[in-house]
Design a binder for this molecule. Structure first.
Ligand code: 13P
Length: 252
């Protein structure tokens, strides 16, 4: 059983065109020698076309930060799977905590996004994670189970590469607080157990589960040393070429 590590940079609502091009080019150079792992970046929609050109012939996978389920029509403000595919996008972040908590996206809506992505052979990176309040009231596992099951309602996975999960505790995002590696491992093992109850065991054992939340050069090696941590979803540290280079070159 092998799970190819995946290090993903989520640029969120950052970078103008010139900054995006510079960062994408630097990331492509930094990833050129990394044959044993995958590297993904999710620029803002406004920079995707330019970044796609720069990533052509590179090892870096291009992702969107969100995705609609419909192919076209009256969905103001949304971007469809065919629109993204036309630009060379192959993955899409779905259900990020900022979408859930700032923009009120529900599990049911997120499930439609996951379904739409998969129907178009785009790989969703489904994010789940508990808030500080939920953690302090010991509801972490219940919250994660609900988000996972509801996000994956009526989803069939025949190919473990067709779906990626990201555990992003909300209290760790942009705060400088990271889950301790052992704690991340415990939660990732719990998520994998849930996956095994939902899908075939062989499939569940091969689906990649990323950790996200204040991942930086100083903690990536310890996180990647954990058995069920298959990669990272990196925010702030993916916006600086040197720190993202160090992160994708993790030893773990
Ligand atoms: P930070 O790495 O800035 O904490 O953000 C994590 C995140 O939300 C990635 O999607």
């Amino acid at each position: 059983m092998t799970r190819t590590p995946l290090i993903a940079g989520n640029w969120k609502m950052n970078t103008n065109l010139a900054e995006a091009e510079q960062l994408a080019a630097a990331t492509a150079r930094a990833a050129a020698d990394l044959l044993d792992r995958d590297v993904m970046i999710a620029p803002p929609f406004t920079a995707i076309a330019q970044v796609a050109d720069l990533l052509h012939d590179s090892r870096v996978i291009l992702a969107a930060q969100n995705i609609c389920w419909a192919e076209k029509g009256a969905f103001t403000g949304e971007i469809s799977p065919p629109m993204l595919k036309e630009l060379g996008v192959s993955m899409a972040i779905v259900g990020h905590s900022e979408r859930r908590h700032i923009f009120g996206e529900s599990d049911a809506l997120i499930n439609r996004r996951v379904t739409g992505a998969m129907e178009h052979q785009l790989v969703p990176v489904l994010c789940i994670g508990e808030t500080l309040d939920e953690r302090e009231s010991e509801r972490t596992k219940a919250v994660l189970e609900k988000q996972l099951r509801a996000g994956l309602v009526e989803i069939t996975v025949n190919d473990p590469a067709a779906l990626v999960l990201a555990y992003e505790p909300v209290w760790a995002i942009g705060t400088g607080k990271t889950a301790a590696p052992a704690e991340a491992q415990e939660i990732h093992a719990f998520i994998r157990k849930l996956l095994a109850a939902m899908f075939e065991k062989d499939i569940a054992s091969q689906i990649r589960i990323l950790y996200g939340g204040s991942v930086v050069p100083d903690n990536i090696d310890a996180l990647m040393g954990q058995e069920d941590v298959d990669g990272a979803l990196v925010g702030g540290a993916a916006l600086k070429a040197e720190s993202f280079e160090r992160i994708i070159h993790f030893n773990g």
